[in-house]
Write a protein that binds this ligand. Sequence first.
Ligand code: SAM
Length: 227
Amino acid sequence: KLSKRLASVAHYVRKNDRVADIGSDHAYLPAWLILNQRIEYAVAGEVVEGPYQSALKLVKQLGLDQQITVRLGDGLAAVESADEISAITIAGMGGSLISDILDRGYQSGRLRGEERLILQPNIGEKTLRTWLMTHSYAIIAEKLVMEEGRFYEIIVAEKVTEPVSYTLAELTFGLFLPEDDPDLFKEKWQADLLNRKRILKQLEQAKQPQPEKIAEMIKMIELIEQL
Ligand code: SAM
C-alpha cells in the first residue's frame, strides 16, 4: 500500500503512461502502478547506489523485471529515448533539486516536452513553479495533502506552446490549492505564518539584522494576510 503522499502522485499518472520515476528509492511508486494495472512500463532512476540496490531488489522480488527497468543515473540521464516516456514523476525532494533535474534534462534534450510532469516537492514549491513558468509548462492540477503532520504539495504540469505567466501569489501558494481544500490550505499557511513570525522575533531578539530575509518574510506575511 502506498503512502497517502505517493498515492496522490500516482493519481495523476494516466492509464498506460510510460513512467520515469526519478529518485525512485525503493521503486514503490512504479511497482504499485504496475501491480494495480495502471501502467505497463516504468523506469526507476536512482543516483545513489544504496537506493538503486533497494529498487533492484524490490523489482526482482515482485518479478517485475520485464515491466520496470531500474537504472543508476543522475536525474533524467536514467531515461533513454527508446523508453518513450510519457510521464515523469519526481517526489520527495526539494523544489530546487527537482528544478535542477528538470533543467539539466532540458539542456541535454532528455526532457522532450511531451511528458506530463508530476512533481512533489518537500519544500521550495515557489522555485519549482517559477522554473515551470519560465519553461512554458502550464500547471494543470495541484493537490495539497497532509501526512503524519506534514504538508505536501503535488504539482502537475504540461508543456504548452504559448508563454506562461503566473503572479507572485500563484507562484507562492499555487493556482488550485486555495480552492481545492480551503481548510487544509488555511491550516498550512497559518502554521507557516506562525513559523515565520517566530523566526522574525528570534532574529529581532538576537539583534541579528538580515534585511533581505526580513523583507522577503514581511512580503510573504502580507501576501498571506490578504488571503
Ligand atoms: N521518490 C521517493 C518518494 O517520494 O518516496 C523517494 C524519495 S527519497 C527522499 C529521494 C531520493 O532521490 C533518494 O533516494 C535519492 O537518492 C534520490 N535522488 C536525489 N537526487 C537525485 C538525482 N539527481 N537523480 C536521481 N535520484 C536522485
